[in-house]
Design a binder for this molecule. Structure first.
Ligand code: THU
Length: 137
C-alpha cells in the first residue's frame, strides 16, 4: 500500500459521505501496521452533535476490530459536487486527539488534494504540546 493508493482509497470513501446538513463530504483511509486499510466517511445527524467525522469513523472501525497500530492516514474533504483539486482539509481537533490515543506523533497524514497530490504532515505537527496516553505512563 503506497501513498497514492491510500489517497485514492480516501477519495473513494468520500463518496459514501452522509452529509445532508453541511454538504461537506469527507473521506479517510487509515493504514494499519498489519497492512489492512480501514476507510471512513463523515456521518451527520439531524440533531447535529451525534455527527461523526470520517477520520473517527475509520479509526473506530479499526479499533472495534482489534486493530490498534497504524502507520499512515489519508484525508480528503470538499463540498459536495466539487472535483479535483480538492482543498486541503485537516482533521478536526477532536479527531486529532482521538488519533493521538493510538498513533505515534511521527505518523504521516496525507491531506489529499487529488488522485496523485497531497500535502504531508505528521500527527505531531497537527497536535503540538499533545496530551495522550504517553503522559499517563
Ligand atoms: N469533517 C470530517 O469528517 N473531518 C474533518 O476533518 C473535518 C470535518 C466533517 C464533519 C461534518 O460532517 C462536516 O465535515 C462539516 O464540518
Amino acid at each position: 500500500m503506497d501513498k497514492k493508493e491510500l489517497a485514492n482509497l480516501a477519495i473513494k470513501a468520500r463518496q459514501m459521505s452522509y452529509s445532508p446538513y453541511s454538504h461537506f463530504q469527507v473521506g479517510a483511509a487509515l493504514l494499519a501496521k498489519d497492512g489492512r486499510v480501514f476507510t471512513g466517511c463523515n456521518i451527520e445527524n439531524a440533531a447535529y452533535t451525534p455527527s461523526n467525522c470520517a477520520e473517527r469513523t475509520a479509526l473506530f472501525k479499526a479499533v472495534s476490530e482489534g486493530v490498534r497500530e497504524f502507520s499512515m492516514l489519508a484525508v480528503v474533504g470538499a463540498a459536495a459536487g466539487q472535483s479535483e483539486p480538492f482543498p486541503v482539509t485537516g482533521p478536526c481537533g477532536v479527531c486529532r486527539q482521538a488519533l493521538n490515543e493510538f498513533c505515534e506523533l511521527d505518523m504521516p497524514i496525507l491531506l489529499v488534494t487529488g488522485a496523485d497530490s497531497w500535502e504531508e504532515v505528521t500527527l505531531g505537527q497537527l497536535l503540538p504540546y499533545d496530551f495522550g496516553p504517553r503522559d499517563l505512563k
